[in-house]
Write a protein that binds this ligand. Structure first.
Ligand SMILES: Cc1cc2nc3c(=O)[nH]c(=O)nc-3n(C[C@H](O)[C@H](O)[C@H](O)COP(=O)(O)OP(=O)(O)OC[C@H]3O[C@@H](n4cnc5c(N)ncnc54)[C@H](O)[C@@H]3O)c2cc1C
Length: 619
């Protein structure tokens, strides 16, 4: 262990992950905590990290309140509808009422926004989306964070949270290692804001082998946002609510601008509008939800999946009409150049010019995240002025661990935040964290050297395992005494794919399959004690895998608990194929006991705050 030098840092606010939520949190922490020590720790390099690393072409969450375009209530209704009723409306409203101010700052900071020349308004792609030339989006928000933090640490992966040994259930910081130097880093902190993004690669991706890195969600998003809090016993919510995306095939290029701005549409291989064919069947499953406008994302997926199973594929996006207009053709290509260059390359390699050939669509493998059209994540306190008592315990966006906050993909129950909403949620969490410190809630935290030394040993163990066990390699990479990160990852992905509702089964699972998955995941957990890492990069892979595996356990437990099919098109419980509002119009909340590793689950009421308030006002 002596070869891994230990560095200690004591601070007030520690931000884990410098993506959209993390940069927002770092920036806002400085605003409220002028004299505080604020540190942001990032696994990659903050200038180009997270889901927005490559840039974006649209900011997907902007109300436009200054022009009376939308109000926060409208956004709550929209998210509620899209998630089949299951959102934390207090969190959604709170984000929506602040998100415009975030976007206006992006504008001030130099993000090139597309504007309507006549009205001066931001150019809309859809009801909630505004268009940007967003290749520089991430460096711009990173600069705001860099100017605000006392220090940004790049290339450090946080592996564990530290817990206070003086007061139960209070956070004390976090630890991790530098993936370039191999040094060990201890951050003792009064508060921690986890903003470490969502989870890709827990389900087997469609692109395997050489194409393994080709996923829709960032391949480096490995579920740390969930594993860190789960490991210390924080409550999680809606972890069953994984997302499946309809995207351009192979490159995972986004379809939003195509549907909304270019007005393209989909059809099956025979040129038919297949969605209406599945209306009656979907109504059987979900009742009147299929009549909602706009059609919930999962239900549109459902029609796609059913049509493909019935042999109507491939499904195409009709681009050949829109692309005859030179302006729309330019927008279509620029959409990819600003955020998913790979899709343009894939089309070029497959001889697809969307002006003359309608490109194929696909449904992705499932992802776990809290900021897109889905809301898996941590169970957090809402804001004081909005939240019912069950949703409020003192500090906005604080998890069920004192001093531990979350934002962006980390936070469950609040869907459709996207990039701007995640940055906004980071700001809200940071404001609350500073207040927590000012309220003297973080006094006398005790983190012993023993706790830090124990974690150090655990973190570097895969290097030791490899050093010893490599002598037993009999051929290639096969050793009887250790498992490599890639072997472990592929095993995890198959378990999730085949038993928990991945692409292998057309997103189908049931109680028996989930039971088997939990068994297999428990054995994997045992074997991951023997994961071996031949260098620091593989050490990162080993810890990414451990975080993915823990996240997967939680997803599987939640999927088992919710005995209904709430979101057909995201996944199906074959033994409970129908949406069941009588029994399951509720949020699911889990907690893993850190001592035993056992999960317990409960139902928590879902409060429809927006329209209830209106009803109350009217009566
Ligand atoms: C393909 C795709 C397209 C999208 N398109 C749009 C769009 O058009 N418009 C829009 O508004 N939004 C879009 N989004 C959504 C938006 O990108 C996310 O909502 C937002 O980035 C979430 O913010 P976050 O901070 O939670 O996660 P991220 O921005 O992903 O940041 C997480 C950060 O944590 C770091 N990290 C992870 N683990 C660790 C660890 N253990 N230790 C230290 N650091 C760690 C990561 O490196 C990363 O920098 C898109 C997302 C994707 C994936």
């Amino acid at each position: 262990m002596a070869k891994h030098k230990t560095h200690y840092e004591d601070c007030d606010v520690l931000v884990v992950g410098g993506g959209m939520a993390g940069t927002g949190a770092t920036f806002e922490a400085r605003h409220w905590g002028r004299d505080m020590k604020i540190i942001c720790v990032e696994k990659a390099n903050i200038d180009r990290s997270g889901a927005v690393a490559q840039g974006l072409y649209a900011i997907n969450c902007y109300m436009g309140m200054q022009w009376g375009e939308n109000q926060p209530e409208d956004h709550v209704r929209y998210a509620r509808n899209d998630l089949m009723g299951m959102v934390r409306e207090d969190l959604g409203y709170d984000m929506a009422r602040h998100v415009d101010s975030t976007v206006h700052m992006f504008d001030e900071w130099g993000l090139p926004m597309m504007k309507n020349e006549k009205t001066g308004r931001y150019l809309r792609e859809g009801k909630w989306q505004i268009m940007i030339h967003g290749e520089s989006y991430k460096p711009i928000v990173a600069e705001a964070a860099k100017k605000s933090a006392d220090k940004i640490y790049n290339r450090i992966m946080i592996t564990h949270l530290l817990m206070d040994e003086a007061q139960e259930n209070r956070v004390g910081g976090a630890v991790g290692f530098n993936m370039r130097t191999g040094d060990y880093h201890v951050f003792r902190s009064k508060t921690v804001i986890v903003a470490a993004g969502g989870a890709s690669h827990i389900f087997k991706p469609r692109a395997v082998g050489e194409g393994m890195g080709r996923t829709w969600y960032a391949p480096w998003s490995n579920g740390s946002a969930y594993a860190l809090p789960i490991a210390v016993g924080a409550k999680m919510t809606q972890m069953e609510n994984r997302i499946v995306l309809c995207r351009f095939k192979d490159g995972y290029g986004p379809v939003g601008a195509y549907f909304l701005h270019l007005k393209t549409y989909t059809q099956n291989a025979n040129g038919e509008n297949y969605e209406k064919k599945w209306y009656d069947q979907t109504k059987e499953l979900v009742g009147e939800y299929i009549d909602h406008h706009p059609t919930p994302t999962c239900l549109r997926n459902h029609a796609f999946i059913q049509e493909t199973i019935a042999g109507g594929g491939p499904i195409h996006m009709v681009t050949t009409e829109a692309f005859q207009d030179p302006h729309l053709e330019t927008v279509g290509w620029e959409n990819f150049l600003g955020m998913t260059v790979g899709q343009a390359v894939v089309w070029a390699s497959q001889n697809i010019d969307p002006k003359y050939t309608n490109p194929e669509l696909t449904t992705s493998e499932p992802y776990v995240m809290g900021s897109h059209a889905t809301c898996s994540g941590a169970w957090v306190s809402g804001p004081e002025d909005l939240s019912p008592p069950e949703y409020f315990w003192g500090y906005n966006r604080m998890l069920t661990i004192d001093g531990l906050f979350g934002a962006g993909d980390t936070v469950g129950g609040s869907a459709h935040k996207f990039s701007s909403g995640s940055f906004t949620e980071g700001r809200l969490a940071a404001k609350a964290a500073v207040k927590y410190i000012n309220d003297q809630k973080a006094e006398s935290i005790k983190v012993t050297d023993k706790q830090c030394e124990d974690f150090k040993e655990a973190i570097f163990k895969p290097l030791e395992t490899y050093t010893v066990a490599q002598n037993e390699i009999t051929g290639g990479t096969v050793s009887p005494s250790y498992i490599s990160p890639i072997q472990g990852l592929q095993r995890l992905q198959r378990i999730m794919d085949e038993y928990v509702g991945g692409i292998a089964t057309n997103y189908m699972t049931n109680g028996n399959m989930l039971k088997r998955a939990l068994e297999l995941l428990a054995w994997l957990e045992e074997d991951l004690e023997k994961v071996g890492a031949e260098d620091l990069h593989q050490l990162m892979r080993a810890w990414e895998l451990k975080h993915r595996a823990l996240t997967s356990q939680c997803v599987t437990e939640h999927t088992m608990f919710r005995e209904e099919t709430r979101w057909p098109g995201y996944y199906y419980r074959g033994d409970h194929m129908k949406l069941d509002d009588d029994n399951w119009h509720c949020l699911t909340v889990s907690r893993r006991d850190p001592k035993t590793g056992k999960f317990s689950l409960e139902k928590v009421p879902v409060y429809h705050i927006v329209d209830e308030n209106e009803k109350r006002k009217a009566s």
